[in-house]
Design a protein around this ligand. Structure first.
Ligand code: KG4
Ligand code: ZN
Length: 342
C-alpha cells in the first residue's frame, strides 16, 4: 500500500509517499518539504495565522509536485495520513482538511497521526536492522523534550520531560539573545564548531539530583549574563555557543543513560530537530557504545519536521486496521501516552 503523508503542524509543509510493499528506508518513494522560515524570520518566531495561510497556499501544489516527481498517480494511493496534533490548531486544520477530503475523494482510509509519534518512529525507517521495541526514545524538538519508554509501537510511557523550555527552544532563544537570526538552533550549532571548548562553562541543569526531567530555561540566563559581560566579539560568540551546546548535550546524554538504566534497555533512539545536532549524535553514540548498546537516529533531514515520518507512522497504523470516520479532528495538545498499540 502507498500511503500519502501530510505534515502541517507548525512552519513546515511536508508531503511524502511511503510504500509498505517496499518497506525500510527505500519504502520512502517520494517526499518534499517546504519551509516557511523566511516568512517568519522577520518576526523572530512563528506567527500562527501566517503559518496557516501559507499551508493553505502550499499543501495542494506540494502534493501535486511530489506525486508528479515520483510518477505516482493519485489512484495508486491506498491511504492518507496527516498530522492531527499536537501543533498550531489552524495549521493542523489545513493538513487535516486536505487529507480528509482527498481520502474521501479517492475512497481510501485516512488516519490522524500524533506528530511526536511520527518523530519517534522515523529512526525505524531503515533498511538494515531497524531497532525494535522495547527501547528508550529521546524526543528533542522545538516544542518537546521527552524521554519515553517504548514498550511496543503505540505503547508509550513518559519517563521524563522538560519543566520549562524544550531543548530546541533553548537553542533558538540562546541564539537570538546573541543576535543570530531565527531559527537560530542550527546556526548556533554551526558556530559552536568553531568555538574553543572550556573558555566558558555553564551548568548541566538537574543532573545533580535523581530524576529524568529537564530544565533548560536557566541556561539561557547564564548565557545572557556571560554575553552581556563579554567583549561580544565573533570569537566570544562562538566560544559561548560551544559552552552552551556542551551543557545541553552533556545534560541530554546523562539523562539518556539514566533512562536506559531505569527502563532496563540497551537501545536508545533519538528523534526531533535537535537530533540533527552533530555533537549530540557523537556523544550519544559514545555513551551507548560504552554500555554495549546502540543508538539510532533518522538521517538529519528526517529529524526536523517532514511528511515522511507522518506517512510512515500512518502506514503502520493503517496496516493495523486503524483509521478514522469522516470527521476532521485535530488535537492541538495531545498526550502520547493516550495512544493505542498498533
Ligand atoms: O522537530 P522540529 O523540526 O520541529 C518541532 O516539532 O519543534 O525541531 C525544530 C527544532 C528547532 O528548535 C531547531 O532550532 C532545532 O530543532 N534544531 C537544532 C539543530 N537543527 C534543528 N538544534 C540544535 N542543533 C541542530 N543542528
Ligand atoms: Zn516536530
Amino acid at each position: 500500500m502507498k500511503v500519502l503523508g501530510i505534515e502541517s503542524s507548525c512552519d513546515e509543509t511536508g508531503v511524502a509517499v511511503y510504500d509498505t510493499a517496499v518497506g525500510g528506508a527505500r519504502g520512502l518513494v517520494a517526499q518534499a518539504v517546504y519551509s516557511q522560515i523566511e516568512l517568519h524570520a522577520q518576526y523572530g518566531g512563528v506567527v500562527p495565522e501566517l503559518a496557516s495561510r501559507d499551508h493553505v497556499r502550499k499543501t495542494l501544489p506540494l502534493i501535486h509536485q511530489t506525486l508528479d516527481e515520483a510518477g505516482i498517480a493519485p489512484g495508486e494511493i491506498g491511504g492518507v495520513a496527516y498530522t492531527a496534533g499536537p501543533g498550531l490548531v489552524g495549521a493542523l486544520l489545513v493538513g487535516a482538511g486536505v487529507a480528509r477530503s482527498l481520502a474521501w475523494a479517492l475512497d481510501v482510509p485516512a488516519i490522524g497521526v500524533h506528530h511526536m509519534e511520527g518523530h519517534l518512529l522515523a529512526p525505524l525507517m531503515q533498511d538494515a536492522d531497524p531497532p525494535e521495541p522495547p527501547f528508550v526514545a529521546l524526543l528533542v524538538s522545538g516544542g518537546h523534550t521527552q524521554l519515553v519508554h517504548v514498550e511496543a509501537i503505540g505503547r508509550y510511557r513518559l519517563l521524563g520531560e522538560t519543566l520549562d523550555d524544550a531543548a530546541g527552544e533553548a537553542f533558538d532563544k540562546t541564539a537570538k539573545l546573541m543576535g543570530l537570526p531565527y531559527p537560530g538552533g542550527p546556526q548556533l550549532a554551526a558556530l559552536a564548531q568553531q568555538g574553543t571548548p572550556g573558555r566558558f562553562r555553564f551548568a548541566r541543569p538537574m543532573t545533580d539530583r535523581p530524576g529524568l526531567d529537564f530544565s533548560f530555561s536557566g541556561l539561557k540566563t547564564q548565557v545572557l549574563l556571560a554575553w552581556r559581560d563579554s567583549d561580544q566579539s565573533d570569537a566570544t560568540r562562538a566560544d559561548i555557543a560551544r559552552a552552551f551546546e556542551d551543557a545541553v548535550v552533556d545534560t541530554l546524554a546523562i539523562k539518556c543513560e539514566r533512562a536506559l538504566e531505569a527502563a532496563g534497555c540497551d537501545t536508545l533512539i533519538v528523534a526531533g530537530g535537535v537530533g540533527a545536532n552533530r555533537r549530540l549524535r557523537e556523544k550519544l553514540h559514545a555513551m551507548a557504545g560504552k554500555r554495549g548498546g546502540r543508538v539510532a537516529f533518522p538521517p538529519p533531514a528526517l529529524c526536523t519536521d517532514n511528511g515522511a515520518m507522518i506517512a510512515f507512522a500512518g502506514a503502520l497504523r493503517l496496516q493495523a486496521g486503524q483509521h478514522e470516520d469522516l470527521g476532521i479532528h485535530v488535537v492541538p495538545r495531545w498526550d502520547m501516552a493516550t495512544l493505542s498499540a498498533v
